[in-house]
Design a protein around this ligand. Structure first.
Ligand code: PLP
Length: 389
């Protein structure tokens, strides 16, 4: 009786659901599983933000429908943060959209801009939610390979003219999930010039913008001259303030795109609970020490992980940002086999690279989402399998 609409059939399969199921089987069998497979921050939200929610939750104003595009004070708070952190000017009313997590905007932008037959340029490997939006819009994806020999940046000059003629949107994401590299300013300058030349809108996913290592502060796409004319940036509180469960994100930049995103949001969400918006504003305007502490914590874990990897002969390029490590699979195996093997034999969950696209094959992703001691233990357990001798 119940037949899904055709667009549902084009949605990507939930590759990682399988991974979670297998890991849960191991846990149910009583094994001590170290789960480094998912991207869920393991630290609590800073107490002053939680307290702000507690206080705001009793305000009857917030028990009513919020303004459809969210409270102006939250838009002002994110604009202020971008000014302070990146010296980027944003008009809170026209250049900011409040999202139900960054994820919704990343899916909605494709629905706002793409018709069937249009092309979206998508990084491969990349965050699978980009695919979902393109699929729901009935548009086509052209993958931009991210290769180690090209610092995991897309080679814009390698894209085919025929694809570029139909391309309307492109995703870029640095600090990158899953390869954990950051992008230099020159990459964004090239991207703006490329977008202007070909009439393509840029969607910069800056979810890991607050997590850069070795003294390198990640660059925002919006810092690039001309960026606001060609695109928007997606920002989220999920990682910056350990607020993944709160679902607060933003689209920032080009006012035409922001207006379209607000239009579509209005139909789906009517904005977030006002108490959450109030606490989110406190996160953005209050003390920022926790952001530095969070990034430092991941850097310490990155150092511990790569030191441990060295001792077992697993050589990889150290992560420059984000909370991931992108590690090459030993010769003679593929990423799904390796992930299965280390789950079965070492009780460590890793995300196989193939889950992020064809060019993710040959790698697995580990999350820096357990303590240094647990990360070291995970590597020691993998070392006992002698995969790198
Ligand atoms: N973009 C990337 C690359 C991510 O890894 C994530 C979350 O894991 C998001 C966006 C979305 O974050 P949220 O929806 O929590 O804002």
């Amino acid at each position: 009786l119940i037949q899904p609409a055709e667009r549902m059939l084009h949605l990507p399969t939930q590759f990682f659901a399988n991974l979670v199921r297998k890991a849960n089987e191991q846990i149910a069998a009583g094994h001590d599983v170290i789960n480094l497979g998912q991207g869920n921050p393991d630290q609590p939200t800073p107490p002053h933000i939680v307290q702000a929610l507690q206080e705001a939750s009793t305000n009857p104003l917030y028990h009513r429908y919020p303004p459809f595009t969210g409270y102006p004070f939250l838009k002002e708070a994110i604009a202020k943060r971008y000014k302070e952190d990146y010296d980027v000017d944003l008009d809170p009313e026209t250049e900011v959209a409040i999202l139900f997590g960054g994820k919704t905007g990343l899916v909605e932008i494709s629905q706002c801009l793409l018709n069937p037959g249009d092309v979206c340029l998508v990084p491969d490997p990349g965050y699978p939610d980009y695919w979902s939006g393109v699929a729901l819009a009935g548009a086509e994806m052209v993958f931009m390979p991210l290769k180690e020999e090209h610092q995991f940046l897309p080679d814009l000059s390698a894209l085919r003219e025929a694809d570029l003629k139909r391309a309307k949107l492109m995703f870029v994401n640095y600090p990158n999930n899953p390869t954990a590299v950051t992008a230099p300013a020159s990459f964004y300058e090239d991207t703006v010039a490329f977008a202007e030349k070909h009439g393509i809108v840029v969607a910069s996913d800056f979810a890991y913008g607050a997590i850069g290592f070795d003294g390198q502060k990640p660059i925002s796409f919006l810092q690039t001259p001309g960026a606001k004319e060609v695109g928007v940036e997606f920002y989220t509180l999920s990682k910056t303030y350990n607020m993944a469960g709160w679902r607060v994100g933003f689209a920032l930049g080009n006012r035409k795109v922001i207006s379209l995103i607000n239009q579509i949001q209005d139909h789906y969400f009517c904005s977030l609970f006002g108490g959450i918006q109030a606490a989110a504003a406190v996160a953005l305007t209050g003390p920022q020490d926790s952001v530095f502490q969070m990034s430092t914590l991941y850097e310490g874990r990155r150092n511990a992980l790569f030191r441990a990897l060295d001792t077992i002969g697993w050589q990889a390029q150290p992560s420059g940002g984000s909370f991931f490590a992108w590690l090459p699979v030993p010769k003679g195996r593929n990423s799904a086999e390796l992930a299965d093997l280390i789950l079965q034999e070492a009780k460590v969950v890793a995300a196989p690279g193939i889950g992020f696209g064809t060019h993710g094959e040959g790698y697995v992703r580990l999350g820096l989402l357990s303590s240094e001691a647990r990360l070291e233990e995970a590597v020691q357990r993998i070392g006992k399998l002698h995969l790198f001798d």
